[in-house]
Ligand binder design. Structure first.
Ligand code: CU
Length: 496
């Protein structure tokens, strides 16, 4: 197989019929029941224990005007919202009723990466069960987290099929009086593609390269749901980008966002934002003030070019390539996500909190690593295009450790997107959240805990990671999940 870079590939591919590298099969043959998307399902812990059953299975789900043969947890999209407190034990009796293997990852939680905890090397074959069990550390930050399947080479397909749910850790942030007074809503953002028969179309080659997206945008499984705010009131949105590849550039008409939490929990004080950009796997919490005249205000996702030259080519090239499926064209228009309306009024307007929870300043690192992000295209047997997404010029190898780290140390990782005209990636590290130190040499504007991070073409982002509490192997990867499945993942081993 010979290898070419992306620019050569794009030139070549405009005049060449491309066979798809991967034909995805969807597990929707045995649809069990018709169930509406569920907004309210909730499982909370009591007496220090969250114990629940979770079943991955196909289901017929209504998405706006269409019914889709999708993949569900317990027959619903999103899966049940799980809520626990720091110190709680979590026990999940998981059953796989899909036609292929799967597993569970607890995205953003600081829990063991081994045994039957957040161990993404476990595989649960069809028809099998697995009990996941872990205890949240007593000092675990409160925040908005995310569970989803994480079996290498099947992650994009299963997440795009609908699998995923919210995991809330309730604690300190929720006890701040102004936040307690706010109305809490959840925005689980997920895009879908369906053909006329309600099936998810198999992705074409370019969709795999770019990362598959769909034109049906949902919040909690609903198309354009309405949220209400009282005049003078406060709304707290807990937002999860649960899409496979789609970036959201959120903006609420006439209302600023007040950012209060990032991936890993609270920031030190609210930050006013006009827009909120979330890459796949990222979460944020914002407050909205009900200070405008009563009316309808649209929550939009503004156009966003995530690079790779695809933005410039637009739908023309995509269409001209005879793509399979019905992926979303690259839009120059804002997408409608949800609607905010005013209902009722509060006599004394609720104030914003002035202070939240201080974020610790990390000591200097004992080691610095450089990780380059890139991709390769090549022509394999039978002139079938192949592609790989790489960290330090290597694709994922289950039997190779890419970084050995000593438990209790702090490292700086320099993440460099070396494709000069490449795509933006979404870097995610399991188990240990990090802080962004600088982006292209510029210090990060505020301290925050992150676990998922955008890295544009040509950017260098320096992050600082404390490796605490847990030994064993886990992974870092691109959360544009097609890129992860195509090799953009590495293993980090934490040793005592
Ligand atoms: Cu990527």
């Amino acid at each position: 197989m010979y290898l070419i870079n992306r620019r050569q590939f794009l030139f070549l591919s405009t005049g060449t019929a491309i066979a798809a590298l991967t034909q995805c099969s969807h597990n929707t043959n045995s649809v069990s029941s018709i169930q509406p998307a569920n907004l309210t399902a909730l499982t909370t812990s009591s007496n220090g224990l969250l114990e629940t059953a979770l079943e991955a299975r196909p289901g017929l789900i209504r998405l706006g005007q269409q019914q889709g043969n999708l993949l569900t947890y317990n027959g619903q999209i999103p899966g049940p919202r799980l809520e626990a407190k720091p110190g709680d034990t979590v026990k999940i009796h998981f059953t796989n009723k899909l036609s292929q293997a799967t597993n569970l990852h607890y995205h953003g939680l600081h829990i063991p990466q081994t045994g039957n905890a957040d161990n993404i090397f476990l595989s649960v074959p069809p028809g099998e069960t697995q009990t996941y069990e872990f205890t949240l550390p007593k000092n675990h930050p409160s925040g908005t987290f995310y569970y989803h399947p994480h079996l290498h080479e099947l992650v994009a397909e299963q997440v795009f099929g609908g699998l995923g749910g919210i995991f809330i850790v309730r604690g300190e942030l929720d006890d701040i009086p102004e936040i307690r007074a706010a109305r809490e809503e959840f925005l689980f953002l997920k895009d879908f593609a369906l053909d006329a028969n309600g099936q998810i179309p198999a992705p074409g080659h370019m969709e795999l390269m770019r990362g598959r997206e769909g034109a049906i945008l949902t919040v909690n499984g609903q198309v354009n749901p309405t949220f209400t705010i009282p005049s003078g009131g406060l709304l707290r949105f807990r937002i999860v980008n649960a899409s496979t590849s789609r970036f959201y550039r959120l903006s609420l008409e006439d209302h600023p966002f007040y950012l209060i939490a990032t991936d890993g929990g609270s920031i030190a004080k609210p930050v006013e934002l006009r827009e909120l950009l979330l890459s796949p796997g990222e979460r944020a919490e914002v407050l909205v003030q009900g200070k405008r005249p009563p009316g309808r205000y649209r929550l939009l996702s503004l156009p966003y070019d995530r690079g790779g030259g695809m933005g410039m080519m637009g739908g023309g090239m995509m269409g001209g390539m005879g793509m399979m499926g019905s992926s979303a064209p690259i839009s120059n228009q804002p997408d409608l996500i949800a609607t905010l309306t005013y209902k009722d009024a509060i006599a004394t307007p609720l104030p914003l909190p002035e202070k939240l929870i201080p974020v610790e300043t990390l000591p200097q690192p004992s080691k610095t690593r450089r990780i380059e992000l890139s991709m390769l295209m090549g022509m394999g047997n039978g002139m079938v295009m192949q592609m790989a997404f790489l960290f330090n010029n290597k694709t994922f190898d289950m039997n190779r450790v890419d970084a050995t780290v000593k438990l209790g140390t702090i490292e700086d990782w320099e993440l460099v997107n070396v494709d000069p005209d490449g795509m933006e990636h979404s870097f995610h590290l399991h188990t240990n959240p990090f802080q962004v130190i600088s982006r292209n040499g510029k210090p990060d504007p505020y301290q925050a805990w992150e676990d998922t991070l955008r890295i544009r073409a040509n950017e260098t982002v320096q992050i600082r990671i404390p490796f605490r509490d847990f030994t064993g192997k886990t992974v870092y990867h691109c959360h544009v999940l097609d890129h992860e499945d195509l090799g953009m993942m590495g293993i980090v081993a934490v040793e005592a």
